[in-house]
Design a protein around this ligand. Structure first.
Ligand code: AMP
Length: 112
């Protein structure tokens, strides 16, 4: 069971900012920007690489949830970044799919 599965099950504490039937959103414990939220599907997909055609609507729901949170966090006007790290070279450290919502400061490019 991954850390995020434990958080979804209520077995591990987190600063939850959103929950619906398909996902939760929590504040990242090690924020890389003034706003750093993780949108996490309740379905235990490892990452986008393990998603299938049947997950198309769920992936869209994660994006729209991130967009709604950007509005409620007050960063929609200035802009923000959505990140999905996949695998070792992608920098993924928790093997449960999650969308990073980062904002509240200007982002650099290219990413590290
Ligand atoms: P990634 O490296 O893309 O797999 O992202 C995993 C993220 O989970 C990192 O940004 C971590 O800071 C974050 N994280 C790890 N443990 C926790 C936790 N207990 N609560 C909230 N965020 C966490």
């Amino acid at each position: 069971m991954t850390l995020f599965a434990k958080i979804i099950a209520g077995e591990f504490p987190a600063d939850k900012v959103h929950e619906d039937e398909q996902c939760i959103a929590i504040r990242d414990i090690n924020p890389q920007a003034p706003v750093h939220i993780l949108v996490i599907p309740k379905k235990p997909l490892v990452n986008v690489a393990s998603a299938a055609a049947e997950d198309e609507k769920l992936l869209g729901h994660l994006m729209l949830t991130a967009k709604a949170l950007a509005i409620s966090e007050g960063i929609a006007e200035t802009g923000y970044r959505l990140v999905l790290n996949v695998g070792r070279h992608g920098g993924q450290s928790v093997d449960h799919l999650h969308v990073h919502l980062l904002g509240g400061r200007a982002m650099g490019w290219p990413p590290g």
